[in-house]
Design a protein around this ligand. Structure first.
Ligand SMILES: [Zn+2]
Length: 106
């Protein structure tokens, strides 16, 4: 495990602005870190997930497909796709993207 890159191990994130369900607002609110789920640590591989998830999102945007559309194409839930794109879980690239990226030399 490595220190969470998002909250730097503090397990909380400072939200500059939140809107509550009753319509009121809060500023500078401490929230549990979504990335490490308040544990302060993430798996060693997560920086790679973040990088691959970012590529996955760029892929979806050209041509633009909404999170919901892409999730439907791939037969998964939008929440699962979102977790992959943000690197909170291991991204699995689509076969299409893999085929294209496979031809790219880095
Ligand atoms: Zn964290």
């Amino acid at each position: 495990m490595i220190k969470c890159p998002q909250c730097n191990g503090t397990c909380t994130e400072l939200a500059s602005h939140v809107q509550y369900s009753d319509g009121t607002h809060g500023y500078g609110v401490k929230l549990p870190c979504l990335r490490c789920e308040g544990r302060g640590q993430v798996p060693d591989e997560m920086p790679l997930w973040i990088e691959a998830g970012h590529r996955m999102k760029l892929w979806r945007f050209s041509p633009y497909r909404s999170l919901r559309e892409e999730a439907l194409r791939r037969g998964m839930k939008a929440s699962e796709l979102s977790a992959m794109e943000t690197g909170r879980r291991e991204p699995v690239l689509s076969d299409e993207q893999k085929a294209v990226e496979g031809t790219v030399t880095t």
